[in-house]
Every structure is written in C-alpha cells, then in structure tokens.
Design a protein around this ligand. Structure first.
Ligand code: F6R
Length: 238
C-alpha cells in the first residue's frame, strides 16, 4: 500500500524525512537492537542528510546503526570525486564521523569480480537482519537506484548499464567516465520493511504519475513500489 504525503515545500518534506530517519536511528528496532538503513544519493537526498546529520549531532544514533547504499559507479576509479562514496563522505559519513564499515557503499574493489561482489553484498544485507527503512529518490525516467527502465521486478544486486540521461545528469560526459554501475535490484529494494520515496520537480512529474497510477511495469521501475505493503511517498511543491 502506498501512502502519499503532499508537502507545501521541499524544506518541510526534507525535515519530515530527516526526523523519521533520526528517530529510528536513535531508538533502533522494537527489540532495542540497532536498525539498518538503505540509503540513496543524489540532489534530492543531499538536504535530507544535512538535516539528519544536524539532528544526530545533538542526539547520537544507536551505536552500530548500519547503512547500505543502493548504488555505486563501476569501475569506481572512473567516477573520481563523483562517486557515491565521496557523496556520502561529504554529506553524511564525514559530518557524523561514521565508519565506512558500518555505512557502506557497494563499491566493488578493482580486481574483484562484480558478480561475486554483488552476491556478497546481498548476503551482507541479510546478515545485518535486512533493511528497516529504505530511502529512495526517483529518476525522471522512473528509475530507482540504478534500475533503469526494462529492469525486471525480480532483479537483485547486479552490474547494470546506465541510461545516457542518467550519466549526463550525474555530470558525466564522454567516454572516459563510467557507463555501468552496481545497484541493488528491485527485489532487493522491495525486501525493506518500509520505504520512503522523496520526489519533486517538473521533470519527475510524469514518472511519479506512472509510478503511482499505472499498473506496475518495467517501463517505469518505480511503479513496482505498488507491490510493497509499506511505502510512503513524500512529494513537494517545487
Ligand atoms: C542514487 C539513486 C538514484 C537517485 C535518482 C534521483 O543513489 O538511487 O536513483 O535517487 O536518480 O536523483 P536526484 O535526486 O539527483 O534527482
């Protein structure tokens, strides 16, 4: 079941999401153990991390809280400062002094087979007890993570080709920049206990409409979120 919350502006939406993340990170799971976040990057998320980090600086999160980012470019060396690991350092891990062992990005080391890496990534999420809260942005083409249109609903963490529009939006032009990425699959995302989607902007309006109102289809990967029992969409007027 999807719930949709319309916010008057981006700031209000940002704060609502940051507060929910913060409270869960402080309180942990119902049994008192730490919780696990699924994390996204991108412009939409940058302000969420800023607000969340400010809250966490005042009241620390439960020790051992963990995070698994959705995606990372491959080969990593070609992404340079535009890697998602660098994004997380700048916006979240750095300000809070969080270790890369607890807040992890699927950065496949050079020399390691991406297929093996992806299997170990799925196993690591499972060993952590699964994801309690997954943060998601959405692409103008309906992608979630780097599950571009055409991605099957059964997909797991894997190496994928990036759509040209996605590369351009990430600031990559030309050949000497990553054309592939490792991404959690749609089935991986749908295993999270709860999902928060944050989206705004004219360019995303069509993808949001399809995701919410058209039957789930691989043309709009975000539409598969309709198959999850606990998704909250935070939409804001831009
Ligand atoms: C990145 C990710 C992507 C972004 C999406 C929106 O980790 O998962 O699916 O959430 O591309 O990006 P922005 O917020 O930059 O529009």
């Amino acid at each position: 079941m999807s719930k949709v919350i319309h916010h008057a502006d981006v700031e209000t939406a940002t704060l609502a999401i940051a507060k929910e993340c913060h409270e869960l990170a402080v309180n942990g799971r119902e049994d008192g153990s730490r919780c696990v976040f699924g994390l996204a990057t991108g412009n939409t998320m940058a302000s969420v991390y800023k607000s969340w980090a400010n809250l966490a600086l005042e009241n620390s999160m439960h020790p051992q809280t963990q995070g698994f980012n959705l995606d990372e470019f491959w080969p990593l060396a070609e992404a340079g400062e535009q890697s998602f690991g660098a994004f997380m350092n700048e916006h979240f891990r750095g300000p809070l002094g969080l270790g890369e062992d607890l807040f992890r990005v699927p950065a496949c080391p050079a020399g390691l087979d991406p297929v093996d890496f992806c299997q170990s990534w799925e196993a690591a999420i499972q060993n952590a007890g699964g994801i309690d809260l997954q943060l998601l942005g959405i692409g103008a083409n309906g992608h979630i993570g780097f599950n571009e249109p055409g991605s099957p609903s059964s997909s797991r963490t894997r190496l994928v080709d990036l759509a040209e529009t996605t590369r351009l939006r990430a600031g990559f032009v030309g050949d000497s920049a990553p054309r592939q990425a490792i991404t959690a699959g749609i089935a991986t995302i749908l295993k999270a206990k709860k999902i928060l989607v944050f989206a705004y902007g004219e360019d995303k309006a069509d993808a949001i409409r399809k995701a919410l109102h058209e039957p789930p289809h691989s043309d709009c990967p975000a539409s598969y979120l309709q198959n999850h029992p606990n998704v909250v969409w935070h939409l804001a007027t831009y």
